[in-house]
Design a protein around this ligand. Structure first.
Ligand SMILES: [Zn+2]
Length: 106
């Protein structure tokens, strides 16, 4: 089965999906959004990561502005596991400090 790379328009997360030919992912595994675009090839993974990171940061901030710290933490955790970026991991770690849940990861 082929593996396709998708980018979510909502959170900017990039993820891989194993699909039958012609299939489509039902939702983003990071934020649950349905606006996902198939990426053709992967020539600029670092650029995509940077863009994804910026959108993840914004999303986390939005959660924090709303006072939803636990939502922000779980979103950052999911994002960190999907987007292999040190920056996203640092965001997630910072949030764990903030929410006092440090040490309860995994
Ligand atoms: Zn998403």
């Amino acid at each position: 089965m082929p593996i396709y790379e998708y980018e979510c328009d909502s959170c900017g997360g990039v993820f891989e999906v194993i699909l039958q030919v012609g299939g489509a992912p039902s939702s983003c595994p990071i934020c649950g959004g349905h606006e996902c675009r198939k990426l053709i090839g992967a020539p600029a993974i670092h650029v995509k990561e940077d863009r994804a990171t910026a959108r993840i940061e914004k999303r986390v901030r939005d959660h924090l502005i709303d006072g939803k710290v636990s939502d922000a933490v779980s979103f950052a955790d999911k994002a960190a596991s999907m987007v292999k970026s040190d920056k996203v991991k640092r965001i997630a770690d910072k949030l764990h400090h903030k929410s006092g849940k440090l040490g309860k990861r995994q």
